[in-house]
Ligand binder design. Structure first.
Ligand SMILES: *Cc1c(COP(=O)(O)O)cnc(C)c1O
Length: 387
């Protein structure tokens, strides 16, 4: 075992500003959705630009559920998504009684294969849910063209893609119906738990706002600042309890201000890995097209057969060297629930299956020092040299 302290796979970077703002929120008495949530939503919309509205929620999963509800997904509808994703992308389809249709991904980018999407379309298909894996944009031109051709909605699972651009435009501002970001603890910015629904469609925004809080026509802050009696509200639908707290938004306000700096550091670290691991029997992750941003949420490495070590063994050896690694993702078709309820077999997803067997995510986060990153590189070289 390495003498140095164990380097975890991921850690959030929380500064003194975040801490002070959370304390100020506690002292103010506004701990649920209030002025800080309102400010965070406005700041987030301004950060993305393009005239979008932002609706803060308590997770990206909640946001994806609201998004699909707002675009009218219901029982029997089919929604196409990649097998190579986190279960949240698919579970929200089930919440609405709809059918998730899993398709394969592209070898180079891990992102949904537009040809596979087109082949999966039936008369019951209503929407496509692209996932920008690791923070690299899907081919949005191809996906939007397919959506237009077949009259489908597009809801982006942008849990990894903040900030990411496609053809120079930020994810969240493209011609899709809704985009959802995650502020989970290990994402590119965090509010502990949290998410943001982003749309330019005022009807969708309004529906998400109402459904995020019990289907009530006005939230607590509206009622607090409004002229009409604070006690009065109307329930117009059986909504959910998905609102963000002001303590979470307090963190988000300051994390957002540091986001561009976080991205620069993540990109610089990715380039250090790109150089240091180039000669090894691995496939390194794709970078963004020239001029575009990759959020670099993950650094997914693929171990080639020539490496002579299985992915599982590699992770054990790295752990013995004091380095935490992870796997993104165990594809949906291998999980018992999805496999059995959707009749999925690995042969339907040859690319996702191979990627899964080879993939290991190595640590990449802003709290890592140059020395930490050097340790990871040395450990990888040692593990691969000793097989
Ligand atoms: C993290 C993640 C989610 C869920 O985000 P939460 O904020 O934890 O609900 C959804 N999709 C993908 C691809 C993710 O990685």
């Amino acid at each position: 075992m390495n003498e140095e302290k164990f380097l975890p796979f991921a850690l959030p970077e929380i500064g003194e500003e975040e801490i002070q703002e959370v304390v100020a929120s506690l002292r103010s008495g506004w701990v649920t959705t209030g002025p800080r949530t309102r400010q965070f939503e406005q700041d987030f919309a301004a950060f993305l630009g393009g005239g979008v509205e932002s609706i803060a929620v308590n997770s990206a999963t909640a946001g994806l559920h609201l998004a699909l509800e707002a675009i009218g997904i219901g029982p029997g509808d089919e929604v196409i998504l990649p097998s190579y994703t986190f279960t949240a992308t698919a579970e929200v389809v089930r919440y609405l009684g709809a059918i998730p249709v899993m398709v394969d991904v592209l070898d180079h980018t891990f992102n949904i294969d537009p040809l596979a999407v087109e082949a999966a379309i039936t008369p019951r298909t209503r929407a496509i849910m692209p996932v920008h894996f690791a923070g690299l944009s899907c081919d949005m031109d191809a996906l939007l063209a397919i959506a237009r051709r077949h009259g489908l909605k597009v809801v982006e699972d942008a849990a990894h893609a903040l900030p990411t651009t496609w053809a120079g435009r930020k994810i969240g501002t493209l011609e899709t119906d809704v985009t959802v970001f995650s502020f989970y603890a290990n994402k590119t910015m965090t509010t502990g738990e949290g998410g943001m629904v982003v749309t330019r469609n005022p009807e969708i925004a309004k529906r998400c706002r109402v459904m995020r809080l019990h289907g009530i026509s006005r939230d607590a802050f509206d009622r607090y600042v409004s002229k009409s009696p604070a006690w009065f509200y109307e329930v117009i639908a059986p909504g959910y309890k998905y609102n963000m707290t002001d303590m979470a938004a307090a963190m988000g306000i300051h994390q957002l201000r540091r986001l561009d700096g976080f991205q620069l550091k993540r990109e610089a670290m990715a380039r250090v890995y790109d150089k240091a691991l180039l000669d090894l029997p691995v496939i390194l992750p794709a970078g963004a097209p020239t001029g575009d941003l990759h959020a670099r949420h993950l650094y997914p490495v693929r171990l080639l057969p020539e490496a002579g070590i299985s992915r599982d063994e590699f992770i054990v050896k790295m752990s013995e060297q004091g380095i935490g690694c992870s796997v993104h993702f165990i594809p949906l078709h291998l999980h018992p629930y999805w496999r059995d309820s959707c009749d999925l077999v690995p042969e339907m997803f040859p690319v996702a299956q191979r990627l899964f067997e080879q993939e290991v995510s190595i640590p990449l986060y802003t709290r890592m020092s140059d020395a930490d990153q050097h340790r990871v590189i040395v450990a990888i070289r040692q593990v691969l040299a000793n097989v």
